[in-house]
Write a protein that binds this ligand. Structure first.
Ligand SMILES: [Zn+2]
Length: 366
């Protein structure tokens, strides 16, 4: 288990100091640093590119498509059968299965599509983005690119840019934020998407998004009406109910992996490799969230931030090399269990989710 303490950060190759109050820092002791060379993104990239070059289509894309198709093909027919049951038990299990399928589409597949990690073709990736993010996920593909790809990834944990501030709702108390508010995300998701596009004055994208999201929701309602032999109103209630539970771990994963780690200013931050090592954290593997959210959002989040166009399977494949390189050069490689992180956020909710994050001052690389 990785513990947390409050002390200034000082690691081989990276020296920084923190303003008061200090940020939480991983206690994970780095391995003895390599004497051969200073760590660089270029050198690590060459190692990873060698692995990618030797990997087949199956490794790069096939495994993830197989997981996606197997999950949908195995779970959907069972869910449809159970949805027609007159008993509450089987009916609720059917809803839970539909929730897992939707969560996989909205989280794992949409995230891979946003990064162009579902296939090599740019054209097909664009089709997947609109299909999975907008039609099935009820969010805007354009907003996803603007928020996740253009801000969060390049400016991870840089205050005012990619510092995960969008996940904070300081006026909500801890229990409400952590366990109740996420349940409201299904109806709020399309509203937030449209709001983002209108605020950014992207009116054409807003109209396109409105059309695609509406078609997706109508198709979803029609499917549930057919599958469960139910009325339109009941189908809408079922959709809101089955989409809600997996939003709880979705919010948790998003805040656990960056908030509480060192934050930097735009003018004074470490180079990309050190920034990602300090500002991203891997959660240890957990069967359900790993399967339905994907490695890049759970146990390979550091690798995903360093190599964002890799599929989930490729992130897992390069992980040993990336971890060895990072630890071998005395940099931080942060890993923590989901439940330990949950306990920490509940215990220090005000410090982590309400107060403004403290800024770590980057001094330089020695
Ligand atoms: Zn990403």
């Amino acid at each position: 288990m990785v513990g947390y303490n409050l002390r200034p950060r000082q690691r081989n190759g990276l020296v920084s100091k923190q303003e008061d109050p200090p940020v939480l820092e991983s206690n994970n002791t780095p391995a003895k640093p390599s004497k051969e060379s200073k760590p660089t993104m270029g050198e690590l990239n060459r190692k990873v590119q060698t692995i990618i070059a030797k990997s087949s289509w199956w490794d790069r894309y096939g495994v993830d498509w197989c997981i996606i198709l197997l999950s949908v093909c195995a779970l959907l027919p069972i869910a449809v059968l159970l949805l027609r049951s007159d008993d509450w038990g089987p009916f609720l299990i059917g809803l839970a299965l539909l929730g897992l399928i939707h969560s996989m589409i909205k989280t794992k597949i949409s995230h891979l599509a946003a990064h162009g990690a579902l296939c090599k073709s740019k054209g097909w990736n664009t089709i997947w983005q609109y299909l999975f993010i907008e039609f099935f996920g009820s969010f805007s593909a354009v907003s996803s690119m603007d928020i996740h790809l253009k801000v969060h990834h390049p400016y991870t944990n840089i205050v005012g840019l990619g510092d995960s501030a969008i996940w904070r709702v300081p006026f909500l108390p801890c229990f409400t934020y952590m366990f109740v508010a996420p349940l409201l995300l299904p109806p709020l998701t399309p509203v937030v998407a449209m709001g983002n596009l209108i605020v950014d004055k992207k009116f054409v994208a807003a109209v396109k998004c409105l059309i695609v999201v509406t078609c997706g929701l109508v198709a979803n309602v029609w499917f549930i009406m057919w599958a469960g032999a139910m009325t339109c109103t009941k189908a809408i209630i079922c959709i809101l109910v089955y989409r809600a539970p997996m939003e709880i771990p979705y919010i948790h994963v998003n805040i656990f992996q960056h908030i509480g780690l060192p934050m930097y200013s735009r003018e004074n931050h470490p180079p990309r490799l050190q920034l990602m090592c300090n500002g991203a954290l891997n959660l240890t593997r957990a069967p359900i969230i790993n399967w339905f959210f994907g490695h890049s959002l759970v146990d390979c989040h550091v690798e995903h931030h360093l190599f964002p166009t890799l599929s989930d399977n490729m992130c897992a494949k390069v992980k040993p090399v990336v971890k060895e390189y990072i630890l071998g050069h005395g940099l931080a490689y942060q890993e923590e269990d989901y439940w330990d992180r949950l306990k920490l956020f509940v215990k220090k909710y005000k410090e982590l989710m309400v107060n403004a994050p403290p800024i770590t001052e980057f001094i330089g690389i020695q």
